[in-house]
Design a protein around this ligand. Sequence first.
Ligand code: SF4
Ligand code: SF4
Length: 501
Amino acid sequence: MSPFISASTLRSNRLAISVGLLLCVLCRAAPTADFASWDAALRAMFPGMHHLGEVTEDPRSTTVFGEDEILGYALFTADVLSIPAYSGRPINALVGFDTHGVLKGVRVVAHEEPILAVGISEEQLADYVAQYVGLPITDDIRIGGDPAPGRQVIDGLSGATITTMVVNRSLVEGARKVALARGLLSIDGTQRTFEPPLPLWMTSWQERIGRIAVLVVGLVLLLCILLFQDWLARHPTFLLRVRTLYLLFTLFFVGAYGYAQLSIVNVFTFIGSLLGGFRWESFLLDPMMFLLWGFVTVTILLWGRGVYCGWLCPFGALQELLYRAGQRLGIRGRELPTVVHERLLALKYVVLIGLFGLFLQSLVLAERYAEVEPFKTVFALHFAREWPFVVYALVLLVLGLFIRKAFCRYLCPLGAALTFPSRFRIFDWLRRRKECGRPCQTCARECEVQAIRPTGEIVDTECHYCLDCQVTYWNDQRCPPLVERRKKAEVKARLSQPRQL
Ligand code: SF4
Ligand code: SF4
């Protein structure tokens, strides 16, 4: 037998090892929290604490004792309720409440949330959870809104809406479950029970019904634009207005208001959930993100990644609008030489592969380095964060004034990831002529993201679906084959007219 392993065997072994490693990493069990390790935090919640009782199951919790009385109870939320958050994994918080069902303290002990990993400081998080101290778990504790009898209102964390919703629901419901199991909740001697609340994702959809409706209308409108793209391309002034309005909608409604900016972190979360126990709930929590991902999944197979990158990505829209404003102010856009452009295109794949490698190590690590996407700085935190992040985002935006969508073309890991499904696109909707590239270079010169090869083909993975080339395609003043055809027709018409003597 040959001592050498064939290349194909080696490749399949490597594949098997990689898949194995991936599964090991992704299917790793969440570490079990131990009350004894959080002794100091529990003493801060219960200053008179003497010792902890036995840990009881169903639901898992412990009793906090003083010298000779029970001070309250403690639980880890992930042991009692496993609600997946933005990262697809639960947020684990240590919760203490007294024998009257009043919260004594909350401490987030483990999470994989991008916004908490980088963006929200420890102090902000501590201030947020401090609001729970003194609130009765029997009340309806809400983030934002108006107070009412039996309802407590606390402030959320800017840019972390979903995360705080999950923390809120997990700790209140978790504490209630423990209190009910221990027979604590009683009013006037009568044990109080609860109607189980709606699943968190349903509550989230109910609370956001208005913005869901607006987004759906926006998506239907975009579908109409795509379906009638030929007609629109023949009416360039109207198309320009429609496109500008749509980009403003994307920037202000989808990005600034709804913070529904898709991110490479969502892709990693999805892969993680596929391999580690898929749950629809984690994707339904944010209805705008869910609808956008659904729409992108379908349109990517029909039109390619350009539909998202050219129309629905808030950061893409911001760059595009700034570039256009810059042009109006006299800033001249530049194109890189083809050879430089083609080499730089690879950079975004290198970024993607690097992040994927980090993701195999840890989702939180990948989330930290996913800050290469400036989305959180711009849309979730509105530039209110540490200066290096702000400077980085501003540098990218300034660069985009000179090189159209420079970040998208050369750096964006999400854009790179979206090129893979784009390769399975079913239809070719962008029209080309046999003269495109041979010899005509008009569209290739006009495409400012340089997505048309000198040979005339559109590089689907780089096209942002701006429709500029389609406007030229139908324009008999600009498209050389059409100009020639028009001129011939004009000569023919002239010749066919009766001559006047
Ligand atoms: S490349 Fe990235 S930033 Fe640019 S439009 Fe696409 S997803 Fe948005
Ligand atoms: S000009 Fe044409 S090829 Fe270039 S990005 Fe726009 S639609 Fe795509």
